[in-house]
Design a protein around this ligand. Sequence first.
Ligand code: LRY
Length: 224
Amino acid sequence: MPDSSMLERLRGQLVVSCQANPDSPLRDPSIISRLALAAELGGAAGLRLQGFEDVRAVRAVTDLPIIGLTKTDREDTEVYITPTAAEAVRLAELGAEIVALDATLRPRPEPLADMFAAVHAVGALVMADISTLEEARAALDLGADIVSTTLSGYTPYSRQLSGPDWALMDELREAGLPFVAEGRLNTPADAARALKRGAQFVVVGSAITRPDVVTRWFVQALQD
Ligand SMILES: CC(=O)N[C@H](C=O)[C@@H](O)[C@H](O)[C@H](O)COP(=O)(O)O
């Protein structure tokens, strides 16, 4: 049985996403592990990690809850966050208590319901990454444990914003749907505001663990 007390443990807390793209100099499981430990030292209550190797490496050094995902480029679909049940199950087997997966309404290689069932069958929870209210409703109706605003701005039909999607958070709260705030929460004030907006917890990545991205913000500001 999936342990939903894990979500209670994260309530009101910060989850730090520790990810590095293939072209990043930080792209090494041992470096991701160090980033995760630094996040833990700073008070993170959980970690969001990409890829089997990173999940395995970080599981070996911390007991913090892990939200695991894969990013897989496929020819047949635009869905790239954990597109298949096999990947989802592998993440759970490697120690992710929560598996994040794309739950947008775009064409996908495998039905969402089958993926949710596969994750639950191995005792993990489903975090459904969505981009709209409609997708959140559909995912929760199918049995997702929580939805996350991760993909707002990353589907062509969702709001395209340079900052967090506050309107989506308002819609989710007003609909009474349990949600996590994630995506472009670039300051401590944004993260705190997301909790006030009704988020169960917040996930922050770039502003904490992507120094190349943060450097670019500064460089850009100097040119403006
Ligand atoms: C859209 C997508 O692929 N998001 C990914 C999901 O895991 C990560 O690249 C983001 O860093 C994460 O969502 C946290 O967001 P931000 O880095 O903006 O704080």
